[in-house]
Ligand binder design. Sequence first.
Ligand SMILES: Cc1cc2nc3c(=O)[nH]c(=O)nc-3n(C[C@H](O)[C@H](O)[C@H](O)COP(=O)(O)OP(=O)(O)OC[C@H]3O[C@@H](n4cnc5c(N)ncnc54)[C@H](O)[C@@H]3O)c2cc1C
Length: 539
Amino acid sequence: MNTDVLVVGAGPTGLMLANQLARRGVRALIIDRHAGPSVQTRALGVQARTLEIYSRLGIAGRALELGKRATGANIWALGRRAARVPLGAIGLDISPYPFLLILGQDDNERLLGEALRDRGVTVNWNTELVGLAQETDRVRATLRQPDGATREINAVWVAGCDGAHSAVRDLNGIAFQGAPYEHVFFVADTQATGTMVPDELNVYLWREGFHLFFPMRGMDHWRVVGIVAPELRGKKDLAFEDVIPSVREEAGSGLSFQKCSWFSTYRIHHRRAERFRDRRCFLLGDAAHIHSPVGAQGMNTGLQDAYNLAWKLALVVSGRAGATLLDSYEDERIPVARRLLSTTDRAFSLIVSDNWLAGLFRTRVLLKIMAFAMRFDRVRKLAFRTISQTGIHYRNSALSESPAGLPEAAPRAGDRFPWMRLKFLADGPGEDLFGKLDDTRFNLIVIGQPAPPGGIPGLGDLLRIHTVPGHPDNDRELARAHIPQPSFFLLRPDGHVGLAGLHLEVSAAIRYVSGRLHLGKETPEPLTMTGHLTPPSAR
Ligand SMILES: Cc1cc2nc3c(=O)[nH]c(=O)nc-3n(C[C@H](O)[C@H](O)[C@H](O)COP(=O)(O)OP(=O)(O)OC[C@H]3O[C@@H](n4cnc5c(N)ncnc54)[C@H](O)[C@@H]3O)c2cc1C
């Protein structure tokens, strides 16, 4: 049992990675030490960027059917609604999914698992990684199998999607720096009525913490997440009834709970792995970073780690790119995790500080500032881009190249290319650009100039070319995204701009492909030389 990629862990991150590898024809083996899929809900919020990726995977429609769209977030303090963030209205021009989808982690895992099965890959449950030895051309992995016996397999690459207690991380001796928060969280699945704005996220701030009410499918169905009041922190057998008084205190006496079908408490940490890669092993998702649930970012970030790594691994495994390309995974994703940890940590500390003055600041001053700031379109858009993860960029990556000449406001190399509706035929209909892009290949968008007849040598069949003809509708959309004419954008498979400029010169594109992407230039490392593994050409 040998494989090109051993995916350790079948949580959301591992399932996303296995799906993306399968779509690209990579032979991967996915294992999980549990007996079956998780039944715990944990994460609840699916961000717009994740839905864009789900759409390429063919599961966005089902996710939308199963989930509930929260098109606004209401912030309450001292019994009054102090601010509302109109997610739907702000995000309309930014993503086809201008909302936060409330869909439990278990449902997300189910959809990802079904998609994987449809691609002919099954998870090996009850199979635990217990040992690793890295060699120059492979990793020897020791697996404990369902019958308790151990077995050694060879993998060319290992992806540690094995959560906060990652064996891949520990076996590689990678430090997981950070600390636990002292606060105890609770989560309750309730039927409730009160001041909550239906179908929207409701955040109640109080002096010593916060409570979040997530709208769920079904009548008056709310998932409540909050901080256990300091005086209850050490209490044994804490029950939902114990926390109700503090929830009522700031959500108002009109709040009434008809039912609580599930209640649980948990503690959280904020930590980041010091490296996301050790030679042939990678860390993704919670194995690489964990943080407070403020902002519903955790699961989404893991899914996007997988999306970032998958296309690179696929090119390297198939021998079309040198292994140097893989360096960009941690170069791009560590800064994302670092920013995420610092923003969620700052937001969390501000929200949960037990300090009296901080409580006063939070419930009186901060909210006024927020309500004021939300009047400005730029601030609202920045807020949506940050929360929805559509604003994540890799501008400082070695894979990003913007020759001079593009206006300051235009999309830059490293940015997620903006979503637009464009006509690809002057007399054709306006089409969803993201629907046209093929995320298993590079996409070249050529605007206001002819496309190079022979494509870009070096990319060959890895490239799709989209020519955007002149048309008043296109002009409007392009102007909205600050895209000049003529211009061109070479998008990586994950939709981020690799190379951008005004006039497309094939020689510059060739230099980019060979120099930055390491495609078709380097002799790949001897990746499949174990004798047990099938060389790419034989597949
Ligand atoms: C109580 C709680 C509430 C949360 N709420 C939110 C939220 O509201 N929003 C949000 O975005 N995030 C939230 N999170 C975080 C979110 O759940 C995680 O970010 C997400 O689960 C990460 O997915 P993952 O696939 O990286 O890791 P996991 O989901 O932890 O999956 C790891 C998998 O690896 C398997 N595994 C572990 N070790 C081995 C081994 N040695 N061999 C084989 N398999 C192994 C495990 O069995 C598991 O299935 C919450 C987390 C918790 C704990």
